[in-house]
Write a protein that binds this ligand. Sequence first.
Ligand code: NAD
Ligand code: UDP
Length: 342
Amino acid sequence: MKVLVTGGAGYIGSHTILQLLEAGHHVTAVDNLSNSQMESLLRVQKLAGRSLAFHEADITDPAALDRVFAAAGAEAVIHFAGLKAVGESVSQPLRYYRNNVTGTLNLLEAMDAHDVRTLVFSSSATVYGSNPQMPLKEDSRLGATNPYGRTKQQIEEILTDVQASDGRWRLALLRYFNPVGAHPSGQIGEDPQGPPNNLFPYVTQVAVGRRDMLNVFGGDYPTSDGTGIRDYIHVMDLAAGHLAALDYLAAREGVHTWNLGSGSGHSVLEIIRAFEKAAQTAIPYSLAERRPGDAPVSLADPTAAFRDLGWKAAETLENMCADAWRWQQNNPNGYRVEAAAS
Ligand code: NAD
Ligand code: UDP
């Protein structure tokens, strides 16, 4: 299949493109490189032994998207492009709505104009907001609590309206829980620009000596050890979920929503311990205040994805840590080769 991937140079996009290429699909990637480096896709092509088409373009630019679609001959789209930092979305909501929501509207208009109506969308567990019902099911109450989450929730609603207006659309809304880890080669992985907001990249940067110490946000949650519990999912499992969703859509119209998570949770302290074991190094940490907006627990009920897609998370926490560590050790400064030399 010819697949157009927006945000393809990013963390989840690069791992998914590698699996698409390995499965024999033809890939066109679009990215404005606002939060990624072209180097990720150069490495993906080396690992796959196959090439892809790349367009440096912004999805908020309709004319650029039109040119990309004219060149790609795409049959389906996987849509990763988006800004994803919760805190930044609170201080820059207009930028987030323009990038994520307007960008998606442009994408849908370009798809319609070019007769491409199959889309897999990167949604997030953040659409469940502070819903305390655990584990979260796809029909659990939604209520995103920050602008980033609301862009995801709004896009889900827009996609649902579009499908209701024209039954030819085939749409998959994938709600990711906590993607972590890296390709086992250690060649591609997560490369946050600036101080990481998320736990795993922060821990790996402490382990490699780029940061002194981890702040554990909250030690007084009503959990077994007082720290927050999340449903971590290996990025290779997550990538496989996209291929499974594409296969499913090949045979079915409609809007289909799936949680992509493992169904089991780990506390921050458990992650620190597992990572220390994988990396054979101590992770200095200190208990800090709760981070505003954090839920005590977030856990997926992943049974719908298994029922419909035959997909389930297979990788262990041990592998998540070992693979994240291999990536970080091989690439202490991520994809920035010049920074590593200086
Ligand atoms: P990422 O930042 O690594 O990848 C996103 C890519 O989109 C980047 O390469 C960026 O340059 C590109 N991009 C952003 N705006 C663009 C625009 N206007 N035009 C073209 N390209 C643009 O992030 P990721 O972790 O790979 O996340 C991919 C998607 O999954 C995002 O939509 C994100 O919101 C969603 N998601 C991520 C997580 C997570 O924890 N990583 C969790 C849930 C959902
Ligand atoms: N966390 C932490 N220190 C950090 C980053 C995160 O203690 O520097 C905690 C956070 O409070 C949460 C868990 O780690 O309990 C996962 O946070 P992350 O930002 O990775 O994911 P999300 O909040 O989106 O679930």
